[in-house]
Design a protein around this ligand. Sequence first.
Ligand code: ZN
Length: 117
Amino acid sequence: METPISRTALIKLIRRLAEYEQWKRAVFIRDRFQCQLCGARNGRKRVIEADHKQALSSLVKENKITTLAEALGCFALWDITNGRTLCHSCHEQTESYPVQLRRRKTKKKGRKKCVSY
Ligand SMILES: [Zn+2]
């Protein structure tokens, strides 16, 4: 039995799942690794990211997900039609941009984060 954890902690765990990486990759491939707002492609200057049109936190809340097992079993979470490829700067301007990630940007100089897949 899994013990229920806080929604924030759960979302962190979801982001670390292999399934999450697969979801991102599927979104990137469908969008041909190109930002859906400005058309930028993944490269040295632009880093592409996968955006949830409906935020992960709101999906988790709406579907009453409290454990990783429930997250894995929730179709809405892994639906790639809820995802779109955005470059970092367009992504930051969306309302669904995760607050936890917002902080990271201001740190170090080079924000050369590699897209992992
Ligand atoms: Zn863009």
